[in-house]
Ligand binder design. Structure first.
Ligand SMILES: [Ca+2]
Ligand SMILES: [Ca+2]
Ligand SMILES: [Ca+2]
Ligand SMILES: [Ca+2]
Length: 468
């Protein structure tokens, strides 16, 4: 144990440089993280228990007793608190860069209504009627949702959208927002004693507040510099925008409950906050997790060894929770071949049994030019090119930047279709295990020529087959 900890310190280069660090530490005794966090705090380090095994430690570890603690045998793993990014929409970014090069004065063009953390509205009165924009959701027809819904439109189930937040005021998402049944709103008391005060529709781990609002970039310049385009809101719509409410669109599961967990913003997110998000989702009743993000896994020295993230996905598996993951978009534009088998993208390429890794397809059953695939590492395809959905500010669109016609493209957009399908199926087969749900989705895929030899299923999500 002592040699392991010392080796890890060497790998991290901590023994040579005295500087502020941001580390995740796994302790040997599962019940001791709170005590260990107190110990680190007493050493002048900032620390936080993340789970029963993992602690985040920030500060100048070299100038503390941290090394003694490592060598005490209490520690089994130390890693960096790796940064985590959204799956990038490279074509939209290129179009935007070219446009702003020609129109530098347009960088301040306002994009969306600003204003973070609007009040969480009460659940609206129910309404009925066809969804007027459903015909714009080409992907829904493509994966057979209409015939699937003739079999069953689904029952109660919770899906966590772990992302940039969700516009929970949106008319077509508000009716399906998860409501924490054991928490009384706005009384400043953690009624259910889950560690989060007034957590009604989820939690914002980035903003550290109870309003996981999807704070989108406010200008073109913002967006070019990596600003959030309103990613989580777009993802949530295809999981579970309210169906048959006379408004907007429908998710694959028309009435699943959306638990909004925000951990990514304009500067990205961290592994620590991903770990907290996953734990929150599992502990508070989500059965399906929709994950359209990826760590910097393209650098083999980096997140391939993101043990804290791997442990969190295992925690989900141990609690019979499905982890649906975007396969990745051309390794975020770094110019690799998009084959995830030799160039894995994380977390999609981790080998946990509860992960479904999703590639992006266009309307012609071809991969999106950006989409990762992998014969052994990527499971299934789903609609992910020019995808129509809900957007921040109560809107709907298939273009990120209407001015440029830059589309909502990405494995980010494909992933929520599979998450919604899993929710639909599982909600009417609640006795199934996560392994059985994953098998049902993969076994009901329809083979497509483009996926031959490139996906585990060699095919595309088909909800009609799934629900038969
Ligand atoms: Ca609470
Ligand atoms: Ca409360
Ligand atoms: Ca917030
Ligand atoms: Ca609707």
């Amino acid at each position: 144990m002592k040699s392991t900890a010392s080796a890890l310190l060497l790998i991290l280069g901590l023994s040579s440089v005295s500087q502020a660090e941001d580390l995740l530490v796994k302790v040997a005794n599962p019940v001791s993280t709170k005590h260990a966090a107190q110990y680190f705090s007493a050493q002048g380090l900032k620390s936080q228990a993340l789970t029963d095994n993992w602690i985040r430690v920030q500060g100048n570890v070299k100038q503390s007793q941290f090394q003694n603690f490592l060598e005490s045998g209490s520690v089994v793993y130390v890693q960096k608190n790796y940064k985590i990014k959204l799956r990038e929409n490279a074509s939209a970014k290129q179009a935007l860069a070219a446009y702003l090069a020609d129109h530098p004065d347009q960088a301040d063009t306002p994009l969306a209504p600003a204003g973070d953390n609007p009040a969480i509205p009460a659940p609206p009165a129910s309404s009925t009627g066809a969804d007027p924009l459903f015909t714009k959701q080409w992907g829904m027809k493509d994966i057979g949702v209409e015939s699937a819904w003739r079999v069953n439109t689904g029952k109660k189930i919770v899906v966590a959208v772990i992302d940039t937040g969700v516009d929970y005021t949106h008319e077509d998402l508000l009716p399906n927002m998860w409501r924490n049944p054991r928490e009384i709103p706005d009384n400043n008391i953690d009624d259910d004693q889950n560690g989060y005060v007034d957590d009604i529709v989820g939690w914002d781990f980035l903003g550290k507040d109870n309003k996981p609002y999807d704070l989108a970039a406010t200008s073109l310049g913002d967006l070019l510099n990596g600003g959030n385009p309103g990613h989580g809101t777009h993802c949530a719509g295809n999981v579970a925008a309210r169906g048959q409410n006379g408004k907007g669109i429908s998710g694959v599961h028309p009435s699943a409950e959306i638990m909004a967990l925000r951990f990514i913003g304009n500067e990205g997110g961290t592994t620590a906050d991903a770990v907290l998000s996953i734990k929150y989702a599992v502990d508070n009743g989500a059965r399906v997790l929709s994950n359209s993000w990826g760590s910097e896994g393209e650098d083999p020295a980096d997140a391939v060894n993101n043990q804290a993230l791997k442990d969190s996905i295992q925690y989900a598996a141990d609690h019979n929770v499905l982890f649906v993951a975007a396969a990745g978009n051309g390794h975020q534009g770094r110019g690799y071949d998009n084959d995830s088998d030799p160039n894995p993208a994380y977390p999609a390429s981790y080998t946990h049994d509860n992960i479904i890794s999703v590639a992006a397809l266009d309307v012609n059953n071809n991969f999106g030019s950006f989409s990762n695939w992998g014969r052994t590492s990527t499971d299934i395809g789903a609609p992910g090119v020019k995808v129509f959905s809900t957007t921040v500010g109560g809107k709907y669109s298939d273009t990120v930047i209407p001015l440029l016609g830059a589309n909502w493209d990405g494995t980010s957009m494909a992933c929520p279709h599979v998450a919604g399908a899993a929710a639909l199926y599982w909600s009417v087969h609640p006795e199934k295990t996560v392994a059985e749900v994953k098998a049902a989705i993969l076994n009901s895929a329809v083979k497509i020529p483009a996926a031959a030899g490139k996906l585990v299923t060699e095919g595309k999500l088909n909800v009609d087959n799934l629900m038969k």
